[in-house]
Design a protein around this ligand. Structure first.
Ligand code: ADP
Ligand code: MG
Length: 476
């Protein structure tokens, strides 16, 4: 198998020349190749929104660039070497799961040595790895997470004495892992003698399966048991993954009882409350319910702004409050996604060599994101917005008049429709009173050029785009 980094580097070259600079820089260049699973090149993107967008708009281009790049290397390979014949876009949160798949294929040379080495290196202390930034100090407390924050702080100060087990639940990207790691970081600093084991539930399951498979007697997975039952604090992340896994549930049940009876602290996170986890043994559900159940709700706008400000400070981003507000308004239910947009704006601003302090730039950096959110936008929404912002009528914009005050808004409308909607040029031409597709191309290219040279046009286009997303934003 070829080297994934080389293939991706070559694929990037061809992708760079086949798409707009902004889309390439913001969505494609930020992908990180992880390795191959079954001849599929795995590419990592930071958030679910970018995964959705890439899968929707760019996946065919990426796939064909990768397969061609791979084929171009194949000429120099021997018969046994395989090509990459597909791609898969995964998010940061899926990385762990894919790393284990890569390692499973490692013997066949599917993944390069560095990744295997990193995985082996991690083994030593891998159960007490807390993200250093996930501290209580960096966790903004508000109405939406007050109970969790208070309970977590009490547990960190006195593990095993109160709130045992602590069951934290809430939607994706709302800070469950952050607060659990904050407990870990705190205990490590203040009570280093305690043995903390922090494990994603999926990993616990995989490990249990491996340990059963590798032991001589299928019931003898003593090593595994002893490890988990020796913890003073056991943290299991995303416990909803126990759903339907009877064997793992049994193991968790016994581990739980053992630890609980010896006064050890158990902390779990889940994306739903215990009663909503399907196919979960009743005896285990009742154990989960026996301590404190604390939920995290989506944060309000003010809290989202505070979180972004803290993040900006933490990362030393030079970013204007107006831009922070703009981002906080865009995402309501997922802090990770919101942070992703912040990095994207900062990344984009360094790319164009400007400070992240104006809305136009933020708007431009997040242009594609707006597209995903506003799937219900139609060509008529764009036309209406242009008419409204430029003070002309629908008949005028769609008609034959060629005066500048009409032609310019018409060209902007055409440009925006081609940019925002997957409509064939011929259909756009029909929409504008039966114009030829070459006229549509001319209008599109003209505005695309002018945006680069004429700040007034650029401002107008951004105004119209903002108008469209304001009108289309769902009422929350
Ligand atoms: P979950 O585990 O619930 O999916 P995470 O704990 O991974 O979510 O949080 C996602 C991101 O949001 C992390 O970068 C985290 O630091 C950030 N975050 C979540 N809640 C807060 C908060 N209250 N204050 C600061 N950052 C937060
Ligand atoms: Mg999490």
């Amino acid at each position: 198998m070829q080297n994934h980094n080389d293939i991706w580097a070559r694929a990037l070259e061809s992708l760079a020349s086949s798409m707009s600079q902004v889309s390439f820089d913001v969505w494609i260049k930020t992908l990180v190749p992880l390795g191959f699973v079954n001849k599929k090149l795995i590419l990592v993107t930071p958030s679910i929104s970018s995964q959705v967008l890439i899968n929707k708009s760019y996946i065919d281009a990426v796939r064909s660039a990768v397969t061609s790049a791979s084929a171009s290397f194949s000429a120099n390979l021997s018969d046994g070497d395989a090509d990459a014949d597909d791609v898969e876009i995964i998010t940061e949160t899926q990385k762990e799961e894919y790393l284990s798949k890569l390692n499973a294929e490692g013997g066949k040379g599917a993944v390069d040595g560095a990744i295997i080495a990193a995985a082996v290196d991690k083994k030593e202390d891998e159960y007490a790895q807390f993200v250093p930034k996930y501290t209580f100090d960096n966790f903004i407390v508000a109405e939406s997470n007050r109970l969790v924050a208070a309970a977590a702080s009490a547990v960190a100060k006195n593990p095993g004495s109160q709130y045992n087990p602590l069951f934290i639940y809430g939607g994706v990207g709302l800070g469950k892992t952050h607060i659990m790691h904050a407990i870990g970081n705190y205990i490590r600093e203040h009570n280093p003698a305690l043995k903390i084991i922090c494990v994603p539930t999926e990993k616990f399951t995989n490990e249990l399966i491996d340990s059963i498979r590798n032991s001589r007697d299928s019931r003898d997975n003593r090593e595994f048991r002893e490890k988990y039952r020796s913890a003073d604090v056991l943290m299991m992340d995303d416990i909803q993954f126990l759903s339907g896994k009877a064997g793992t549930q049994m193991e968790v049940f016994h581990t739980f009882n053992d630890l609980y009876q010896s006064g050890k602290q158990i902390i779990m996170t889940s994306d739903k409350p215990p009663k909503e986890i399907a196919q979960l043994e009743e005896r285990l559900r009742s154990r989960f319910l026996s301590g404190l159940i604390a939920d995290i709700q989506p944060p309000d706008l003010e809290t989202r702004v505070a979180i972004l400000k803290r993040k900006a400070l933490q990362e030393k981003y030079d970013i204007d409050p107006v831009v922070i507000n703009f981002i906080a308004e865009k995402v309501t239910g997922n802090i990770r996604e919101m942070e992703g947009l912040l990095s994207r704006v900062v990344f984009y601003s360094t790319l164009v060599g400007k400070c992240a302090n104006n809305l136009a730039l933020a708007n431009e950096a997040l242009k594609d994101y707006a597209d995903v959110k506003n799937e219900s936008i139609t060509a008529y929404d764009v036309i209406d917005a242009c008419c409204n912002c430029c003070n002309i009528t629908k008949n005028e914009i769609l008609g034959k008049k060629k005066t500048k005050d009409i032609v310019e808004p018409r060209q902007i409308a055409i440009y925006l429709i081609t940019e925002m909607l997957p409509l064939p040029l011929i259909s756009i031409g029909q929409l504008f009173g039966g114009r030829d597709h070459t006229t549509i191309i001319h209008a599109r290219d003209k505005i695309s050029q002018k945006i680069k040279t004429d700040p007034k046009i650029k401002a107008k286009v951004i105004d119209i785009q903002t108008y469209i997303s304001d009108v289309k934003r769902p009422v929350s």
